[in-house]
Design a protein around this ligand. Structure first.
Ligand SMILES: Cc1cc2nc3c(=O)[nH]c(=O)nc-3n(C[C@H](O)[C@H](O)[C@H](O)COP(=O)(O)OP(=O)(O)OC[C@H]3O[C@@H](n4cnc5c(N)ncnc54)[C@H](O)[C@@H]3O)c2cc1C
Length: 392
């Protein structure tokens, strides 16, 4: 019997497992496949390094700038060199395995090539997780079960804590890692907003490699085909300045969804179950950044589980403290506000977004506000939104 069984060893599950194991609890961390590279841009802010100072040893590419383009290619550039700590770009295969190893070093038992597909029941109570491993069924009993297996989680549905995602609640993304000569600024990431709900990105990974991808959002998913959007972006003449000879080759490619409406408020806890990370909606509705929020959710869920184990009370009465923790509350609130702004920015074929970038070019305060919104989910003031709206 484990104290805690965690399904999914991504950033949320690995952090949660580590927190528990460090306090001496017996943790089973179940992972479908540690060789899977999660389709992701791999941009992480310095806040992630506060949770994982060990990442400094990886020689990651420091990012100190961003270029954002509106649907009509109005560019907003910002550099935080010498002002803020650098952000970084990571290869998710390497990143996920480093943070899994950190959990294992803390004492977590990692069960690789195990696909969770259902709960174990005793008198209608969920008492563990069933997995498939090499055509065998395995059973992991736990006092607390933590759902951390991302967007496709079967346990999330079987728990009754949330429904399957609807197409207009998510972002659909496709990305690749390319390698070749390029003229990208290796200290800066680029985001290309579309006139419809969606954006494309190019994130340098090192001198030669870069991550390139695109996403469509919410109801736009019904109109655009993500494969076509991706092909269009790759062949966009605007990119010729970065890749004049198109002298690059694809070394990996993948597609994956992300939650696009913020935290699933009513899906975070239940008697002896917690839900964390993507599965519970911990992704910024405005930027798609989810690694940091997933790690925070994993950390707080781990601390809440410790409290429950100390008090031998696994009911929702104790586990609700996860949802009401001030850091989770902060994320929930910020995501709620930024989610409500998405419609506004894309109104009239992205006109408000273009106006915002244009204002930011000449007004330092606006520039700062826009950056804080995209990089730190800091909602802009009401006055600013009204000012934007009043621009013809
Ligand atoms: C294309 C794309 C680009 C993105 N770019 C960025 C970015 O640049 N920066 C950023 O911060 N965020 C980005 N995100 C969001 C980010 O990837 C997620 O928010 C983050 O990975 C969530 O972590 P998680 O641990 O909750 O879930 P995941 O990272 O999805 O991890 C879930 C884990 O569970 C495992 N698993 C799944 N099903 C099962 C099962 N049945 N049994 C056992 N194990 C299972 C998976 O193999 C995986 O290891 C992007 C997302 C997408 C789709």
């Amino acid at each position: 019997m484990y104290d805690v069984v965690i399904s999914g060893a991504g950033p949320a599950g690995s952090k949660c497992a580590e927190v528990l194991a460090k306090e001496g609890y017996k943790v089973a961390l179940i992972e479908r496949n540690t060789e899977w590279r999660k389709p992701c841009g791999g941009a992480i802010s310095s806040r992630v390094l506060k949770y994982y100072p060990q990442l400094r040893n990886l020689n990651l590419l420091p990012i100190t700038g961003i270029s954002m383009y509106s649907g009509d290619y109005y560019q907003l550039k910002y550099s935080w060199k010498d002002i803020r700590e650098p952000s970084y770009t990571v290869d998710r295969l390497e990143f996920d395995n480093v943070i899994r190893d950190i959990a294992v070093d803390a004492g977590v038992e990692l069960f690789d090539k195990n696909l969770s597909f259902d709960f174990l029941y005793k008198q209608h109570h969920k008492i563990g997780v069933k997995t498939k491993h090499n055509n065998e069924i395995k059973e992991y009993l736990g006092k607390i079960i933590i759902i951390a297996d991302g967007m496709g989680s079967k346990l999330a549905i079987k728990s009754g804590m949330r429904n399957k995602w609807k197409i207009d609640e998510i972002g659909l993304c496709k990305c690749a890692i390319m390698e070749g000569m390029n003229y990208l600024d290796k200290t800066s990431i680029s985001l290309f907003f579309r006139k419809y709900k969606g954006y494309n990105w190019i994130f340098p990974l090192d001198e030669k490699r870069f991550n390139i991808g695109c996403g469509t959002w919410l109801e736009t998913n019904r109109i655009y085909n993500i494969n076509q959007v991706y092909e269009n972006f790759l062949n966009d003449p605007f990119l010729e300045k970065f890749f004049p000879n198109r002298d690059f080759k694809e070394i990996w490619r993948g597609s994956y969804p992300l939650p696009a409406l913020g935290v699933k408020e009513n899906s975070l806890f239940k008697d002896n179950i917690l839900m964390i990370g993507d599965s519970a909606g911990f992704v910024s509705p405005i930027s798609g950044e989810g690694i940091y929020a997933s790690i925070v959710s994993g950390h707080i869920a781990g601390e809440t589980a410790i409290l429950a184990l100390e008090n031998d009370d696994f009911t929702s009465n104790t586990l609700k403290k996860y949802k009401s923790h001030q850091n989770i509350k902060k994320i929930r609130r910020k995501f709620k506000i930024t989610s409500s702004m998405v419609d506004f920015f894309y109104e009239n074929n992205g006109k408000n977004l273009s106006n915002m970038f244009s204002l930011a070019k000449t007004d330092k305060d606006v520039n700062e506000m826009v950056i804080n919104m995209f990089l730190f989910n800091q909602p802009p003031s009401r006055e600013f939104l009204l000012r934007l709206k009043s621009i013809p």
